[in-house]
Design a protein around this ligand. Sequence first.
Ligand code: ZN
Length: 89
Amino acid sequence: MDTSTNQNGQREAPPSTDVNPNEAVLPPYDPNTPIGVEHVKMGYYCRICFLFYSNEDKAKKTHCSSQAHYDKLQKHLEKEQKKKMKTTA
Ligand SMILES: [Zn+2]
């Protein structure tokens, strides 16, 4: 029995050529580059770090450029990635 093709005669592409789960996530940490600013919601609350800021500049520039935020964001994205892999598998 030939199992290399599916019913449509199309080869199934390996799912992980484009997305390497190990580098899924973030570019290298750069203290001058705010990252994950989309996670800072109204009132400048970072839902990644559970931190509240009253000042947009501080929240988005200072906080999102901090190492602590970076680490938490990376963990958050890894978690999301795992969730995604589970639901699609
Ligand atoms: Zn944060």
